[in-house]
Design a protein around this ligand. Sequence first.
Ligand code: BYC
Ligand code: FE
Ligand code: FE
Length: 482
Amino acid sequence: MPDGMMVDYDGLIPNNVGLNQDARLRKALETWHPGYIDWWKQMGPEGFQENLVYLRTAVGVDPKGWAKFDYVRMPEYKWGILLAPAVEDRRIGFGAQKGEPAWQDVPGEYRAMLRRIIVIQGDTEPASVEQQRHLGATAPSLYDMRNLFQVNVEEGRHLWAMVYLLQKYFGRDGREEAEDLLRRRSGSQDSPRMLGAFNEATPDWLSFYMFTFFTDRDGKMQLEALAQSGFDPLSRTCRFMLTEEAHHMFVGETGVARIIERTCQAMRAAGIEDPGDSERVRALGVIDLPAVQRKMNLHFSLTLDLFGAEISTNAANLFNAGLKGRYREDKLTDDHVLRDATYPVLRCIDGAIVSEAAPALSALNMRLRDDYVADCQGGVGRWNKIIEKAGYDFRLTLPHVAFNRHIGEFTALPVDTEGRVLDAANWAARRDAMLPNADDAAYVASLMRPVSARGAYANWIAPPKVGIDNKPGDFEYVRIEE
Ligand code: BYC
Ligand code: FE
Ligand code: FE
């Protein structure tokens, strides 16, 4: 077998990183482990720690390694440390040292930069588990509850993945950072999570699906960029994480799709011709499409903030150093150095949003964000197909990238979803039509009642087309009764 394919599945920590041969690392991880389990019990899925959940666990890093499904109590989930197989003679693919052999150890001059991106990545993973911890109590079905928990345990594993890198390659500082990752809390005043969107609440299941569609997709983009890294252990770690990320986005895309489908079906059955008639639609106990649009506007704009500022020397330095590439850098056909290249960037000049050529190196956050927006567009198109098929001319659209921003060029600029700069009074008057308002929150909250009978679904969401692991419709994905 090629290096990195053999998974040791017998010890406390399943791994393909030779943990048995590295006593120092094993000790660090085993020291960290109890704190992690405490964190999980305290901050993980509330009220379901003891239930048996039908989860998939990675037992290998090849495509077949994902085939293992079984009932497990979440605190006993086998969180492992898994790297994608090594690529023979891998080279640094971009930046000033392009073409040199990829680093197997931390390059001293880049140590601080590298540690920082690993810590930022690591911080988002437990944050999302914290944000979602109350949702089990209002799951619309056992199927959805199981998907939530699957996402949660995998985000837990993503934390392990970053902690492995910190403990293996960053000595004492790494161990301290690993402890801090368990100390910060989403939404806390004193020690919040590092990035804005990870301190927001996820109050209901529509938010959960939007989060997994939009914010986990930022995860995908950032992991793709880090998978290009010249620091090979980071690249291999991220490549394996990406195989898990695909399921998270599936949960988000199909979750929203099933809500839209159910709403359209209920409107048809009731003879409603205007999807904008929210009052009549809500009387049916389903979520009106304008409310879906507003939730989308919120989660899209919060997630755009995660790409950082449009013009960023941090991003340029990371690229020059060969640590963080562009989306699918290895498929791009330019010089991978970008010293003289430019890239169009949106700026706000004299109250108007205009495109300007900027040095491509400084514009890398903008570029990744553009790739992200294109990726989102695909899913939104599929949602619109459902509405179109039901015969309604309503369409969901991504808001303008300047809308509702808190980081970068458009911070706090009153821009509407079409990208028009408004005056403050006008913005205030239109706010509730563009972002989730108090009525939306109260209405959606009123729908959040748990449905836990086998094969049953809440009225506001359609059942999935197929079960997980090809299970039948009435499968008991989570064992609720004793
Ligand atoms: N919030 O030069 P800039 C995931 C700070 S999601 C707060 O533009 P840079 C997941 C910035 O730190 C993927 N602060 O920043 C999804 C900097 O501060 P300093 C997570 C922010 O570095 C769902 C200053 O502003 N992974 O995996 O180019 C569930 C100047 O900004 C924010 C990563 O993000 C913000 N949003 O870009 C579970 C990958 N944005 O240094 C998991 C690693 C910027 O002046 N991170 N600032 O004090 C990075 O590559 C970059 O650090 C960022 C920011 C893209 C985040
Ligand atoms: Fe993750
Ligand atoms: Fe994820």
